[in-house]
Every structure is written in C-alpha cells, then in structure tokens.
Design a protein around this ligand. Structure first.
Ligand SMILES: [Zn+2]
Length: 470
C-alpha cells in the first residue's frame, strides 16, 4: 500500500538523521558546522526537554523517559535519555510525568469570520485572522489550512510574516478561494462570496491558474446541491479544474455530500475529500476505489456530531473551552442545542452512526485519513474542534495512537510538509506538553501544560487574560 511505503520511508529517514544528531550532540559546535545551520549554533543555545513520555507522531511506540533536544527552533535529537547525549551547556526543562506529542496539523478550517457573537465577512481582517491563529496555537494546533474561503491577499501577508519569523500562532496555509457554481460554495451566507463562481471549463482553468500564481496549498471545490437548494458543480467542470490543478502540481480537495458524487470524483482524479459521504454509508466499492487511488479523507465528523444533541452536550463544559470562548458565545451554543427538536436530533444520530461505520470501514481498508475539523464554521471553535475530532475518531473505533498519527504526520504529509506533525531530527519544534497521556484517554490531548511553536513557548497565560478581558 502507498501509505505503508510512505511510513517506512519516514522511519528510515528518522533513523539516519537521528544517528547523525547523536554523533554531533556531544561534539564541539564547529565539528558539526557542515551538517546544518542548526548544528552550527553554540551548544548553549540548545534546550533539552527531558524525561517525558514522547509520542513522535509517526506511529512508533511512545518512548518512556525521552530526551528531546531543540535548537534554533528545530528538533536536533530525540530518543530515550540513555541514547541521546546531553549537549554541554544546554538548558534543561524537566518534563518528568508529562507526555509530549507533536502539535496538530489541521487541514480544514475557515479563518477570519467569527468575532464574538458576530459571524460576518466584515470580520475577515488581518487582526481577526491572527487572533484565530493564536487560538489554534493555544490548543496545540501548529498548522491550519483554511479551506477555500480566503479571498484577497491578506493571507499572503500573514504567511510572509510567519515565514520571516515575525508573526506567531499556528502556521497558516490556504486554498485561497475555492471553486463552486456561482453562489453555491460554502453553506454559511457569510462565507459564500469568498468562493469563485464557475460557469465554464475555461473559468475553472483560469481560476486555478490564478490560485497557482498566488501560491495556495490546495485547490478546493464544492460538489453539493445543499439539499437541492443550489446548483451542483458538474463533472465536466470539476474534471477541467482537477486536470488544470494537477498541471500546476496542486492537489484538489472536494467538499462532498453524496455517495454518487464521491464515486465520480475519485474516477476524475480528486486527491482528497473534506468530509465523509453523508447521504449513506460508504460502500465497499467506493472504499476500495479510495484506497486504490490513494485519495485522502478528512472524517470531519465533529460538525455532524453536534446535530445529534437536543440539550447541551458535556463537552461544551470542557474547562479549556471557557478559557478561549466568551461566556455569551458559549451560552448561544448551549441554546442552539436546547432548541433542537428531539426527532431532528434522533435523525442526526442515525446519520452519524452511518458516518462512524464509514470511518471504521475506511480505516480497516487502509485508506489515508487526515485531520480536518471545519473549525471556524460558526461556534465550531478554533483549536478545540481538532481535539473533538480525535475523541470522535476513537469513539468510532480507531486507537488513540491511530488518531494521533492521523492528526499529525499523516496530515503534514498530505500538505507536503516533512518538518511538521512529527518529532524527528530536522522537524520544527512544534509540540504539546500534556499533563496526562492521550494513549490512556485521548481526551487528555486537552490537558495542555504548554505548547511550543518553532521552539518558542506560546504565552498561554497572557492569551487567556487577553481573551477574558472585556
Ligand atoms: Zn469547510
């Protein structure tokens, strides 16, 4: 299988790089100068995170009493304390009793639209997007892909500043403007005008060319008639879009709802799905085609899971949520659950069970699963919803380790990032320090002690205080 090959390559790379880093760890800095800029730095700038249980994100078993050596924002060595030499003069952070895992990589969000109780295109400003990136980072999300709702060039300025090291928060990637039939893209009215309206194959190709010139990470298409209320992007149009995107080296991710469309999209060469099929359970033929064509799937089930509650669900009272979401917004969310009719919740619960079975079937067949939570849809909270996806994947039958690998290295791989979603030499030092192991209970990913992005601790206390201020 393709995905298995990929994992072996990573393990091999890790082994070689690890050996090099160990050899350098105790040597004078000058002796390692030829290896990389990181190892040329004085030994005293290294920070050693010592003694935690470490989950590296690639699926290897957790390492007890691990040593993680970070320098200049990157991991330079990682492994058992007994095997990794302590660089002389390094700062040591004792993490005994803690668990360390890579920061999450979320391939599906929508930045910029919510601000307090308002949800509006007028909120789409640099300041608001940066606030959202900080909220993601607070929750240990190191990378977020905004999927199809980023018009204009605000995002490219943010990306430039992040790449230059002048701006923190989760690293932003985007699909720019997604493509749909006119006014038939995102479901929410506030998001709709952000998409391109495609009326011909020529349109589709021209828009893809614009996106490629802007440096987007993916091309997003919506193939959905929203229950018959809008025009669905036809196969001839998305085939042209997919072909053009592939000519520019871009992967195409489809919002999909219907089983029939998913089959057609796989045949047309789509690279990923932003959702599970939601009109029925995914059958063996579709699952086999997805595996054969190595199409990646975002389960993205948290947003659907919300529908099965007709009273506020327990997770809405998670302590971490109150640290980042204002009380009036939480009250509105609680109210929206309370106002749902019992029979509507019952129907949603049946539909959700189908999705869980589809997910289990995809996983069992070896399909490539990635994290995508649709965070940034109204009251589907930045950062928190990623942790909900982990919990729901486990509830659907995946192991905590599977869910973590999906949400870290697997997602990074599909974004083409080999420096994220894993704790291996050469990777960015994006990691979460947890008070308890998520391998025992996956909701422990929310028991966050600290988050490091590019080797720098996120000042979570200051962020909390800012968000709590009136
Ligand atoms: Zn979405």
């Amino acid at each position: 299988m393709h995905s298995r090959d990929r994992r072996i390559v990573h393990c091999a790379t890790r082994g070689v790089a690890l050996a090099a880093a160990v050899a350098c760890a105790g040597a004078p800095a000058a002796g390692c100068a030829g290896d990389s800029p990181e190892s040329a730095a004085p030994a005293s700038s290294a920070v050693v995170y010592d003694g935690a249980t470490l989950i590296d994100g690639t699926g290897l078993p957790a390492t007890e009493a691990a040593r993680l050596v970070v320098d200049q924002g990157a991991v330079i060595a990682v492994g058992p304390q007994a095997e990794i030499e302590m660089p002389s003069g390094a700062t040591v952070v004792d993490l005994s009793g803690k668990t360390v895992m890579p920061a999450l990589v979320n391939l599906h969000g929508h930045v910029g639209f919510q601000r307090g109780l308002t949800y509006d295109a007028a909120n789409y400003t640099r300041e608001n997007i940066v606030d959202h990136l900080n909220r993601y980072a607070y929750y240990g999300v190191g990378v977020i892909v905004s999927l199809g709702t980023d018009a204009g060039d605000v995002w490219s300025g943010i990306r430039r500043d992040q790449e230059a090291g002048n701006l923190g928060g989760a690293r932003l990637f985007t699909a720019g403007r997604g493509l749909a039939r006119p006014n038939a893209g995102p479901g929410a009215a506030a998001l709709r005008t952000s998409a391109y309206g495609v009326t011909s194959e020529e349109d589709g190709r021209r828009y893809v060319q614009e996106l490629a010139a802007q440096g987007v990470a993916f091309v997003k298409v919506w193939v959905d008639d929203r229950g018959g209320s809008v025009e669905k992007l036809e196969p001839a149009l998305y085939r042209a879009i997919i072909e053009e995107a592939h000519q520019h080296g871009l992967d195409v991710i489809a919002h999909v709802f219907y089983h029939d469309d998913a089959e057609e999209l796989v045949a047309a060469g789509v690279d990923g799905f932003a959702h599970l099929v939601r009109d029925r359970e995914m059958d063996d033929t579709l699952v086999a085609a997805i595996v054969e064509h190595d199409v990646f799937i975002m389960p993205n089930i948290g947003i659907s899971e919300r529908g099965r509650h007709s009273s506020p669900p327990p997770w809405l009272a998670a302590p971490i949520l109150a640290e980042t979401v204002a009380a009036d917004v939480l009250a509105r969310a609680a109210d929206s659950f309370s106002r749902r009719a019992a029979d509507a919740a019952e129907r949603a619960a049946r539909s959700y069970e189908q999705m869980e079975r589809s997910l289990a079937r995809l996983h069992a067949a070896g399909a490539s699963l990635v994290l995508g939570s649709d965070s940034g849809v109204q009251d589907h909270f930045y950062g928190f919803s990623a942790h909900r996806e982990l919990e729901l994947m486990v509830a659907a039958g995946l192991s905590p380790m599977d869910a973590i690998v999906i949400a870290t290295s697997r997602s990074a791989d599909r974004l083409g990032l080999d420096d994220a979603g894993r704790l291996a030499p050469g990777a960015r030092a994006d990691f979460i320090v947890l008070d308890a192991s998520p391998l025992d209970d996956v909701t422990n990913t929310r028991r966050i002690s600290d988050v490091y992005i590019g080797g720098t601790a996120v000042d979570r206390a200051a962020q909390r205080a800012g968000w709590a201020a009136p």
